[in-house]
Write a protein that binds this ligand. Sequence first.
Ligand SMILES: Cc1cc2nc3c(=O)[nH]c(=O)nc-3n(C[C@H](O)[C@H](O)[C@H](O)COP(=O)(O)O)c2cc1C
Ligand code: SF4
Length: 625
Amino acid sequence: MDRHARWLPEMVVADECFDATGVAALLQPIVERHRRDSLRLLQILREAQDVLGYLPRTALTVIADAVGLPRARVEGVAGFYSFLHLQPVGRYRILFSDNVTDRMLGSAELMDRLCNRLWIERGKVSEDGLVSVDTTSCTGMCDQGPALLVDGRPLTRLSAERIDRIGELVRAQVAVSDWPREWFLVADNIRRRDVLLAHASAPGEAMRAAVARGRERLLQELQRSNLRGRGGAGFTTHTKWETARRAPCVDPQGGRYLVCNADEGEPGTFKDRVLLASHADLVFDGMSVAAFAIGAAQGLLYLRGEYAWLLPALTENLARRRRNGLLGVAACGQEDWSFDIDIHLGAGAYVCGEETALLESLEGRRGVPRIRPPYPAQQGYRGQPTVVNNVETLCKAALIALRGGDWFAGLGTKQSTGTKLLSVAGDVESPGIYEYPFGVAIDQVLHDCGAGNAQAVQVGGPSGSCLALHEFRRRIAFEDVPTAGAFTVFGAHRDLFEVARNFAHFFAYESCGFCTPCRVGTTLVANCMDKIAQGDGSQYDINEIFRIHRLLHAASHCGLGQTACNPLFDTLNKFRPAYERRLRSLDFAPAFDLDQSLSVARQMTGRDDPAAHFDPAGGMQPVDR
Ligand SMILES: Cc1cc2nc3c(=O)[nH]c(=O)nc-3n(C[C@H](O)[C@H](O)[C@H](O)COP(=O)(O)O)c2cc1C
Ligand code: SF4
């Protein structure tokens, strides 16, 4: 059976059809392979679902017994991740990417078309259990959308014809592995190369350079380079590595850890996808360099579930590195250093990109951000000192090991050294990856990618900032416009209210629910935006959005909640008419129609007289006696 055929169990079977003995026998190899380790719970659940099609109650009980956790804990974890299913899903599971760029390219209409062809309702499983169609947050294919995932495999550049063909293949029950191969090709779309993307080193070259320099000098070079993290926060990499290196290990038997954050969940970002697909050796070299510097014996690459299709090539690469002595005992010929890398798959949760939520997820729990301090560099994975770095940061660290800190510091600006990869998408002629020295002006990027009539650029994804025409002379740099990489362009014909509404729903969906301001606030904001979209909004709702923005900013536990209203705040300030032309009145208008809400009660009581109706002027009509 091939890897993808495993996603197609013969029949989708209901919960009661799974008997405990049969399920235990099916799952035993999985739990044994993971050494019945409760910290590997997420990986166990993912693999169990691959075998069973979904996670029936019996499977949760079997797994809970095997890893020694309460059943409720296991169910709580399974319920957290959107790629894990406690109910049967279709044998073909189709998920349309719901990023704003996919929508701009017609993804919503294409999804409706497919649902019509298959006679199913969005979000439901067809009656015969054959297929389910739904949306998921950004799949990281914004440069080649509209895109979808079918049983975890990406299909890009969708068109109406292709959708019709997909409908036929599903109805004919053709295995996904037999669908046209060219549909699954993912292009890198590298449009501008600088020092990173133009670099072609042999596997292990940077690692050998690091070992040759020795730990102290390597760290000195890193300090001189002034490398700052490329994952968003821009923390100085040298400080993080030094802290982890010097922090005492809580468990002297366990070592330090190095984690590569490949969760890349920010809508509009896809640069790490390209690095993992075409520069994996540099990524693994970067991980090895970091591990050598801090003295870690174990590296973990946290790969977002949407990129599961990259797993076979990455696993093969690691096997090759082991064969070549770059990983394992005496890695890179260092008698006193063992180092290996393990890949963990995420399961569809944006918040798991936040470094402490990621650590929770790595430890088999719900991806709820931890309270800091202690910081991961002090107490991270398994309570041990842990460095968490973005994929691109680690690639840059590999280049610094090879070419030195002064060389790197000579690129970019004083406060933002080196280069930055931008994931350019939206209303542009040439979407793809552009590498620039830090300090490049927004309008330079717009010129290079062929954005003729841009009215706005969303830099850094929904949690970043929305720049208007008068700001296009600003520069990509930590001291001006910082970004993790997303650069999404909106032409003059785009409705920025709808863009902001898409982002509001994204945050409401992705909030982990741990703290009340974010859990409730993101939903209230999404509701306000829907109300305005329906033409029922008023100035009251705009004020409400500003009020919630202040609250979220001040009271949220992590960066997700703190930044969730950024796109609304920016668009309200810079593109106010997009909101105001939708407002029904400048006074308060209720969020729902009370009389309409009473219709069910009227139906149940068999009444439709005036007294059973709500009069907006005076409440319920008086009963006529
Ligand atoms: C909600 C949220 C999502 C995040 N997602 C990612 C991500 O997908 N990839 C990433 O590298 N950093 C992400 N971060 C930032 C990480 O918490 C962390 O700062 C980063 O991995 C550190 O690596 P760096 O120092 O190399 O940038 C996210 C932060 C937040 C608050
Ligand atoms: S801010 Fe939102 S995502 Fe972050 S911990 Fe609170 S509820 Fe979870």
